[in-house]
Design a protein around this ligand. Structure first.
Ligand SMILES: Cc1cc2nc3c(=O)[nH]c(=O)nc-3n(C[C@H](O)[C@H](O)[C@H](O)COP(=O)(O)O)c2cc1C
Length: 182
């Protein structure tokens, strides 16, 4: 699938078939994340592939109340949880390089977007999930000190075909030469 087509046709998928995802396919999806760019190539990301039904159920319980992705985390064949090593991205010799602090959210976001796009190109569904108790998720997954849980996504074959959600027009979000100049 061509990149722009993948970007434009990907949808957040919240209903999944029970069809399993084979290891080879999973590896391709993880490879896409692995090849994302990162701050001075620090690659602060770590990925936990969860297939165990009990662990998925515990993670689903860590989602925010009424989170639309709760059943997807519980029922999809796989949940991939993205973690980050803290104090690496955005740092040079242990000092913050910018006024934005730790850039792990940015790097993990890039990796996860690579992952979801390639998953989509293979006919798989995903949804970025960010609204959950990350400390609770870290405890469930025994994530060590110095790392945190950033996001997760179910991974499996879609059992729905959602309509595209509207996007702002370019005229609303693009400026030329100075902020606000159209
Ligand atoms: C950082 C981030 C966090 C998100 N968290 C959740 C979430 O907790 N639950 C959920 O159902 N969807 C979540 N979403 C999915 C968005 O709602 C979805 O991407 C948006 O509505 C656009 O729809 P689309 O992905 O189908 O284009 C999240 C998306 C992003 C990028």
């Amino acid at each position: 699938m061509e990149v722009l087509e993948a970007i434009k046709t990907r949808r957040s998928i919240r209903r999944y078939k029970t069809t399993p995802v084979d290891d080879k396919t999973l590896e391709i999806v993880l490879e896409a994340a692995r090849w994302a760019p990162s701050w001075t190539n620090t690659q602060c990301w770590r990925f936990i592939v969860v297939r165990d039904g009990n662990v998925k159920a515990e993670l689903a319980n860590a989602l925010s109340e009424n989170n639309a992705a709760t059943d997807a985390i519980r029922n999809a064949p796989i949940t991939i949880v993205a973690c980050a090593e803290l104090g690496k991205s955005g740092f040079r010799h242990g000092e913050q390089s910018t006024d934005k602090g730790d850039w792990y959210m940015f790097d993990v976001g890039l990796a996860m977007q690579n992952l979801v796009l390639v998953a989509h190109s293979l006919g798989l569904g995903t949804v970025h999930v960010g609204a959950f108790d990350a400390k609770k998720a870290a405890s469930i997954l025994e994530v060590p000190e110095g790392f945190c849980v950033v996001s997760m996504t179910p991974l499996g074959y879609p059992d729905q075909e959602p309509k595209p959600r509207l996007r702002k027009e370019l005229s609303e979000i693009v400026f030329y030469d100075k902020y606000g100049v159209k």
